[in-house]
Write a protein that binds this ligand. Structure first.
Ligand code: 7TS
Length: 404
């Protein structure tokens, strides 16, 4: 039973109006709204537990540390990692990828080595590798896709050489919305002696993600896209790899002993967590994951798929409509353009009708180039959206199109 009205009551912001109309929030791939359980976790910890973690002998510090480490265990179980040593807290997907590019790059990559990306990556899974490339002379190769947005696995396999060290690929594209075959891509990478990082920013909120089943070496995501707080992310890394990688930043928390001559580092995962962590955020993330579990990822996926099908069905009746990527593959994201209307105009006019969508290059300019466009409009769906909201979006879209 999916009680959408009861669910919506948990997200107070959904009750607000914009321009005198009820808000229809369809920009969930950018960030999700927060349930009471998450905001309550933040308030309660600040009001009753707050103290710095891992350093105090006093009661509050120990309690805060317990909550922080319980959150790490929650994340471990949620993604099927073997040990909490494999769960590193970061500031977000972006920082997690920068950490791997920098630290894996330093440990394992030399001039002339290669990294494989795909044409549909978010800038945060391109630029860190380019920065590494500039520092270390590492070369980037790109997996192509067909016009329906399906990666070409035959071409992918041909990209490997003895110099390929790592593949970095999104599990679900923030523009095309389809699930990439990352399990198969991991097998191929491993068969060629390479490692694989999965950018799960757009999959963790929508489908069950299990690092063991995927066979990935690294997996990254952001708390704010899975109903948790902003400014917090996760890096899962295989323990044997993390062990061999150098620290990303230096500071408190990550050391075992410091002298001016030499420093020895903490055990995993603390080696990668310099400075006071966002221990309030981690507790709130645990509350968000518990909320997702209570709702059930299978239920969420079924609900979201039905909404996407309805949206696509209605959108296909609009003259000049182009939906990017195969419509039937989509999970929760639909990017589109309407011939003769700039996506920014579409977004602005829809906003005036109370409908929030995103427009622009979606931090995926190479993908925009692949489709020969400067930008797209995009609706993205979350567990709390309704059929009625999809209809309000489609009605508003038809109205805007008639105006042009
Ligand atoms: N990877 C993917 C696949 C993403 O969709 C995003 C954010 C990121 C990485 C970066 O995440 P961050 O939390 O570190 O910023 N995507 C979007 C989006 O589609 N609209 O706004 C942000």
């Amino acid at each position: 039973m999916y009680d959408i009205q009861a669910l919506r009551k948990e997200f107070p912001i959904l009750g607000r109006e914009v321009y005198g109309r009820p808000l229809v929030y369809l920009d969930n791939a950018a960030t999700t709204q927060k349930p009471r359980a998450v905001v309550d976790a933040i308030t309660e910890e600040y009001f009753s537990v707050n103290a710095n973690v891992h350093r105090g002998v006093h009661y509050l510090s120990q309690q805060a540390t317990e909550l922080h480490e319980a959150a790490r265990e929650k994340v471990r179980a949620f993604i099927g990692a073997r040990s909490t040593n494999e769960v590193v807290f970061t500031r977000g997907t972006t920082e997690s990828i920068n950490l791997v590019a920098s630290s894996f790059g330093e440990a394992f990559m030399r001039e002339g080595d290669e990294v494989i990306l795909t044409v549909m990556e978010h800038h945060s899974n391109i630029v860190p590798w380019q920065l590494l490339g500039q520092r270390r002379g590492v070369k980037i190769k790109v997996v192509p896709m067909d016009d329906d947005g399906r990666l070409d696995l035959a071409e992918y396999e041909k990209l490997f050489t003895s110099r390929t060290k790592i593949v970095a690929v999104c599990h679900v594209s923030n523009v095309l919305g389809a699930e990439n075959p990352v399990g198969r891509m991991a097998e191929i990478a491993h068969a060629h002696g390479a490692h694989i990082l999965v950018d799960a920013a757009q999959s963790v909120p929508h489908l069950p993600v299990d690092v063991a089943a995927l066979g990935c070496d690294f997996l990254v995501f952001s708390a704010h896209k899975v109903y948790g707080p902003t400014g917090l992310g996760v890096l899962y890394g295989r323990e044997d790899l993390l062990e061999r990688m150098p620290p990303y930043q230096g500071g408190g928390e990550m050391i075992s002993r410091v002298t001016f001559e030499r420093t020895t580092f903490e055990q995993l995962p603390f080696k990668f967590e310099a400075g006071t962590p966002d221990y309030i955020g981690t507790h709130a993330l645990a509350a968000a994951l518990a909320f997702v579990e209570r709702t059930g990822l299978e239920n969420i996926a079924r609900h979201e798929h039905a909404l996407v099908r309805r949206a696509v069905e209605r959108m296909q009746h609009v003259d000049g409509m182009r939906i990017y990527g195969a419509a039937e593959d989509k999970g929760a994201v639909v990017a589109f353009n309407v011939a003769g209307i700039h996506p920014l105009d579409l977004g602005t006019l829809l906003d005036r009708l109370g409908v929030a969508i995103r427009t622009g290059h979606h931090c995926a300019q190479p993908l925009m180039q692949r489709f020969g466009t400067e930008g797209m409009a995009r609706l993205s769906i979350a567990m709390y959206n309704t059929e009625e909201e999809i209809d309000r979006f489609a009605d508003a879209l038809e109205r805007v199109c008639r105006m042009f």
